[in-house]
Design a binder for this molecule. Structure first.
Ligand SMILES: Cc1cc2nc3c(=O)[nH]c(=O)nc-3n(C[C@H](O)[C@H](O)[C@H](O)COP(=O)(O)OP(=O)(O)OC[C@H]3O[C@@H](n4cnc5c(N)ncnc54)[C@H](O)[C@@H]3O)c2cc1C
Ligand code: SF4
Length: 507
C-alpha cells in the first residue's frame, strides 16, 4: 500500500477532505493532475487571465453535436477554487427537498440540511467566511455566527443597498471567503483589490482549497501531495468490489480507500475511462447513471449603467439578493427564479480582454459607469445532460439547460428593478457550455442503487472502497454557489471515513 487513503484531485472536495482527515493520522496520498499555480504578476492581469487563458486548460472538448469548445477550467493545486469568486453560501432548507420549478421538480437529497449544518460551520471557519446572519431573507438556521464580520460595502454600494431596501428588497452582505483583517488593513493579507473574481490571488489571501485545504493538511507528516500526476484509470479486484490500483501517467498506486475528487466532469470521465471487460460501461456504473444528470448553473453577467454617475468601487462583490429565490412575486409565474450577487468590479481591462473588438473609449466608459451583477437560476437534472468520452478519450459534454424560462424571468425582473433604480442601460450576457465553473451532478448520491451512483456517505454503491467528494455527488444544484456545500460534504465524508478506520472496516 502507498497510503491508507488516495485522494484524486486537490480542489474544494479533495483539499478539504485532506485537511479534515489529516489529524487522524491515517496516511494520505493526494494525486493532483496540475502543479502549483505560479505566483507571478500575470495572476492579476485581465489580459493574461481572460484573453490569453494563461491558467486555463488548452484541452478541446465537444458538445452533443460534436462542436468543439475550450472549457474555462484549469488544473492546479486547489482546483477551480484558485479562480473562484469566493462567494460561499449555504444551501437553503428547501433545497434539500423536492422543489417545484417552471420546468420540473428537483429530487430530494438523501440527507437534510441538519446533517450538513455542523460541517458548514467548520467549512466557514476554515475558509475565512465573512458574513452577517439575519439579513438574507431565506438563509437556513445556523448555530454559530459567521466567523468573520461582513466585507464592508464601499460608499457607492452602501448607497445602492439603501436604494434597494427602499424598493422593498432585502439585500444582504454576500458571504465571502477572504483572509481580510478589517480592523488592521495595514497587515491584512487581503487588500480588497479589483482582480479577485475569476483571478488567482497573487498574495494567497483568497480562501481557496490550496490555502485552506492542502497547505494545512501538508503540515501533517502523514500527508503527501504528488503534483503533475494525472490519474488515467482505476482498476478493480477480480470481483469488481474493490479498487486495487490507481494508474497515473507516471505510475501505479495502491490504497485501502480511494476518493475521487477530480471535479464533476473529470471524475465521471475517469470512471467511464476505466471500463474493462467485466465493466464495459465504466466503473461503479451498474445503474447506468455515471456521467448523467450533469448540472451547471444558468448564469448571466449583467452590467447596469448609470451614465450620470461613475462607480468608483474597487472591491464590489459585497451584495447578495435572494428576494426571487423562492418565488418570482408574479402570480402568473409562481416559480423560483434564482439568486443575484455582485460580480467583481468589471474594469476596462477585464471588459477589453473579454470583448477585444470593442473600441477602447467605449469599454472605458462602460466600465466606469457600470455596477456589475451575476444572476443564477437553478438548472434541473436531466439524464440526457451528461458526460461521455469520445473514442479519442476527450470529454463530450451534452448540456441543454432546463429552467431557462425562469432565468428569462429573473433577468426581466432585475432589468425592471435596475431601470427603477436609475440605470437606463442594462446589458446581459448568458454563459454557454464552456463556462463549466459551477459544474455538478454526474455521480449523484441517493439511497437507491438503481438511480444513483453513490450512497448517502458518497461511497459508490458498487465498489466498497471508492468514495467521491467533489461536486458530482449533488442530485440538485440549487441556485447558490456550490463550493461551500462541496467543502462541508467533504468534512462529513471525512468523519465517516475516520469512523471506518477506527472500526477497522477496511479492505
Ligand atoms: C471563475 C470561477 C469562479 C467561481 N466562483 C465561485 C464562487 O464565487 N463561489 C463558489 O461557491 N464557487 C465558485 N466557483 C466554482 C468552484 O470553484 C467549484 O464549485 C469548486 O472548485 C468545485 O470543487 P471540486 O472539488 O468539485 O472540483 P475542483 O475544485 O475543480 O477540483 C478538482 C481537482 O481535481 C484535479 N484533477 C482533475 N482531473 C484529475 C485527474 N485525472 N487526476 C488527478 N487530478 C485531477 C484538478 O486539477 C483539480 O485540482 C467558481 C469557479 C470558477 C472557475
Ligand atoms: S480581493 Fe483579496 S483575496 Fe481577492 S485577489 Fe485581492 S487580495 Fe486576494
Amino acid at each position: 500500500m502507498d497510503a491508507d487513503v488516495i485522494i484524486i484531485g486537490s480542489g474544494a472536495g479533495g483539499g478539504t477532505l485532506a485537511r479534515s482527515l489529516a489529524p487522524s493520522g491515517v496516511s494520505i496520498l493526494i494525486l493532483e493532475r496540475g502543479d502549483y499555480l505560479p505566483r507571478e504578476q500575470p495572476n492579476w492581469e485581465a489580459e493574461a487571465v481572460f484573453r490569453e487563458h494563461r491558467y486555463h486548460t488548452q484541452e478541446c472538448w465537444h458538445d452533443s453535436r460534436g462542436r468543439a469548445f475550450r472549457p474555462i477550467t484549469g488544473y492546479h493545486v486547489g482546483g477551480n477554487t484558485k479562480f473562484y469568486g469566493a462567494a460561499i453560501l449555504r444551501r437553503r432548507l428547501a433545497d434539500f427537498e423536492p422543489r417545484e420549478h417552471r420546468d420540473g421538480t428537483t429530487p430530494s437529497w438523501p440527507i437534510a440540511y441538519k446533517d450538513l449544518a455542523p460541517y458548514y460551520d467548520i467549512a466557514e471557519r476554515w475558509y475565512f467566511a465573512h458574513g452577517q446572519a439575519g439579513l438574507d431573507p431565506n438563509e437556513p438556521p445556523r448555530d454559530e455566527a459567521f466567523p468573520y464580520p461582513p466585507m464592508a460595502h464601499e460608499p457607492y454600494m452602501a448607497s445602492l443597498v439603501e436604494r434597494l431596501q427602499h424598493l422593498g428588497l432585502h439585500p444582504f452582505p454576500l458571504p465571502i471567503a477572504l483572509n481580510r483583517n478589517a480592523s488592521d488593513p495595514h497587515t491584512s493579507p487581503c487588500i480588497r483589490c479589483t482582480t479577485c473574481d475569476g483571478f488567482p490571488c497573487l498574495v494567497h489571501a483568497k480562501g481557496d482549497a490550496e490555502v485552506c485545504g492542502i497547505e494545512p493538511a501538508l503540515q501533517h507528516p502523514n500527508v503527501r501531495l504528488i503534483r503533475n500526476e494525472r490519474v488515467k484509470r482505476l482498476e478493480t479486484s477480480a470481483d469488481g468490489r474493490q479498487i486495487e490500483t490507481v494508474h497515473t501517467e507516471n505510475g501505479v498506486y495502491r490504497a485501502r480507500i480511494v476518493v475521487l475528487a477530480a471535479g464533476a466532469i473529470q471524475s465521471a470521465a475517469l470512471l467511464l475511462a476505466s471500463a474493462h471487460d467485466r465493466a464495459p460501461t465504466g466503473l461503479a456504473n451498474r445503474s447506468d447513471q455515471v456521467g448523467r444528470n450533469y448540472l451547471c448553473h444558468i448564469n448571466s453577467a449583467c452590467l447596469a449603467i448609470d451614465p450620470r454617475r461613475v462607480n468608483p468601487t474597487i472591491f464590489q462583490k459585497t451584495i447578495g439578493i435572494n428576494d426571487f429565490y423562492d418565488h418570482s412575486g408574479d402570480p402568473d409565474f409562481p416559480y423560483p427564479l434564482g439568486h443575484i450577487q455582485n460580480l467583481g468590479k468589471v474594469t476596462p481591462s477585464v471588459l477589453q480582454a473579454q470583448h477585444p473588438h470593442l473600441p477602447t473609449g467605449i469599454v472605458r466608459w462602460i466600465a466606469e459607469h457600470s455596477v456589475d451583477w451575476w444572476l443564477t437560476t437553478e438548472d434541473l437534472p436531466n439524464p440526457e445532460n451528461r458526460v461521455t468520452i469520445d473514442p479519442q478519450g476527450s470529454v463530450r459534454l451534452s448540456w441543454n439547460p432546463r429552467n431557462t424560462e425562469s432565468h428569462r424571468h429573473l433577468r426581466a425582473s432585475w432589468r425592471t428593478l435596475l431601470h427603477t433604480l436609475g440605470y437606463p442601460i442594462v446589458l446581459f450576457q448568458r454563459m454557454g457550455i464552456a463556462a463549466t465553473a459551477h459544474q455538478a451532478g454526474t455521480l449523484v448520491f441517493g439511497e437507491n442503487p438503481q438511480t444513483s451512483v453513490l450512497n448517502p456517505w458518497c461511497q459508490t454503491h458498487d465498489i466498497d472502497n471508492l468514495y467521491v467528494t467533489d461536486a458530482s455527488f449533488m442530485p440538485s444544484i440549487s441556485a447558490v454557489n456550490p463550493s461551500l456545500t462541496v467543502m462541508a460534504n467533504a468534512i462529513r465524508v471525512a468523519e465517516h471515513l475516520k469512523e471506518r478506520f477506527a472500526e477497522g472496516r477496511l479492505p
